[in-house]
Design a protein around this ligand. Structure first.
Ligand code: ADP
Length: 495
């Protein structure tokens, strides 16, 4: 029996392990017939195999999506909501299997994968409802008898390019919004995690999404797929989550047809602990933010800034909390920190730690590859970190807590804002005036105040500066897929 068959059997619903892509409502191989392997980062074992699509496959997805748009946009939002709600319900029903599949291809602890499936379904539920509220406006006209009306209409065929760190939620956060307001979406998932994307498409199909409203095109080489999407005048919006470097390229490509772009890019989140903070709460928030997904989220803390007076106490409490983290295969009971996604990720973490040590930082905990080998890294706590170090300038994307000391509030804000990125920031303080002052001055799209977990479908997620453009989730998330149209009705004479 092949490895893939064994995995399919392990999933209660073997139907969710797909080896075809989903284009225009059909499950089919790539036109070239090529496939690529998907491996488990925890073990290196093969989890599955999926089609290696090229531009010709994308072209087909775009054509069917173009046709689907005409019908889907005409459906009442309540009908679209019904299909979306069914999709979300199926995701909840298959939560265990989806989570297992996600852990197998992505590595994250099973409990976190369970949480992500639920979180992903919540985006679909949220937008199913929010799609009904794509209200327009009536504006008092400056001319007697004239009427000015603003419509919010679906933008057209849309595309999403998504990362491996949240294989389900980064898709539903985009597809939920697009589909709810009448736009078909073509999804290109990350090459490391295409299986979760295909499983979601299968559930979408079962929920009744019409042909071409959702396509999932899997590919090993992303560049030609991105080109095919941005070269088409039919694709009117592209939503991307990934690195700033790729985001910049895609934005430039979108200039060809002036497609709308939404970009959720890298972060470099500061976590500031002021001397008036509740230290227990700060450590709890720090652990939740830093170690989620083994440090591989764009809103994970990247730099701890701790005020002198509480520095040693905070470091000690953080060290104690980190020392008892259970590291292991994400499928094993009780595991809190798993393998990193691949060798490159491990090498980056190692390089950041070496650079910090060479610059005079101190290792308070960990600092090395974990004894489990592979891509496991020890939970690592560094103090005496300086603003010039790699672990402060760049996103480490791993289980490393890098701590520096500051003296004054102004200094903390200056260091926090000294980054090209501006996605999330966190700070802990019990002084109401300070809370407002600091929150207003931080140059980020998201601020966690006495809170380490800020992701929720009901709030706008997104960054400023090199962290991106646009917002996802919340009522604002619909705007990425809607165009405004203003009707100017001439003043009626007489009557
Ligand atoms: P990460 O560093 O998280 O892997 P990337 O930006 O490289 O981030 O990848 C995020 C997503 O972008 C993935 O789906 C990947 O396949 C895709 N991608 C990477 N390079 C390109 C490109 N040149 N054009 C289009 N998509 C790309």
């Amino acid at each position: 029996m092949s490895a893939t068959n064994v995995i399919a059997q392990q999933l209660g619903n073997g139907d969710l392990l797909r080896d075809k892509c989903f284009i225009g409502g059909k499950w089919r191989p790539s036109r070239s017939g090529k496939m690529f392997r998907v491996d488990n980062p925890a073990t290196g074992d093969q989890v599955g195999e999926v089609p290696d699509c090229g531009p010709e496959d994308v072209q087909e997805a775009i054509e069917v999506a173009g046709r689907a748009f005409r019908e889907w946009r005409e459906r009442p939002a309540t009908d679209r909501a019904e299909v979306l709600r069914t999709w979300a319900r199926l995701m909840h029903e298959c939560q265990g299997d989806l989570a297992r599949l996600m852990t197998l291809e992505q590595g994250k602890p099973l409990q976190e994968a369970m949480g992500e499936v639920s979180y992903a379904a919540q985006f679909i539920e949220w937008f199913a409802e929010e799609g009904k509220r794509a209200y327009g406006d009536v504006i008092p006209a400056p001319v007697r008898g004239q009427h000015i009306v603003v419509l919010r209409q679906p933008i057209g065929v849309t595309a999403a390019i998504t990362p491996w760190n949240f294989p389900a939620a980064m898709i539903t956060r985009k597809a939920g919004a697009a589909i709810a307001c009448g736009c078909p979406m073509i999804v290109k998932p990350a090459e490391a995690t295409p299986l979760t994307a295909l499983a979601l498409a299968r559930l979408g199909e079962l929920a009744g999404l019409p042909e071409g409203v959702l396509s999932v095109v899997t590919a090993l080489k992303p560049e030609p797929i991105g080109r095919a999407l941005t070269d088409s005048p039919v694709v009117r919006a592209l939503s991307f989550t990934g690195s700033t470097e790729v985001g910049r390229k895609l934005m430039a490509q979108c200039a060809t047809h002036l497609a709308k772009v939404s970009l959720e890019l890298g972060g470099n989140a500061p976590f500031i602990v002021f001397e008036d903070a509740d230290l227990d709460a700060a450590v709890t928030g720090a652990m939740a933010s830093k170690f989620r997904n083994t440090g591989q989220t764009c809103v994970c803390v990247n730099r701890f800034l701790v005020q002198e007076k509480v520095h040693d106490a905070f470091v000690e409490q953080l060290r104690e909390a980190m020392a008892v983290l259970t590291v292991g295969n994400g499928l094993d009971e009780g595991v809190q920190q798993a393998a990193l996604i691949d060798r490159n990720a491990l090498m980056k973490v190692q390089a950041h730690v070496s650079d910090a040590l060479a610059g005079g930082a101190t290792v308070e905990l960990g600092g090395k590859v974990h004894e489990l080998g592979g891509t496991y890294f020890q939970p690592t706590l560094l103090t005496g970190v300086k603003p010039s170090m790699q672990c402060v300038r760049e996103e480490t994307f791993g289980p490393v807590s890098a701590v520096m000391k500051f003296a004054t509030e102004a200094e903390a804000i200056r260091i926090a804002n000294d980054s090209e990125y501006g996605l999330a920031a966190y700070f802990y303080s019990r002084d109401l005036h300070r809370v407002w002052r600091v929150a207003e001055q931080l140059e980020t799209g998201i601020v966690g105040v006495n809170e380490g977990i800020i992701s929720t479908p009901v709030a706008p997620f997104g960054g400023v500066k090199a962290s991106g453009i646009g917002r996802e989730g919340s009522r604002y998330g619909l705007d990425e897929y809607l165009e405004l149209k203003y009707l100017c009705m001439g003043g009626a004479q007489g009557g």
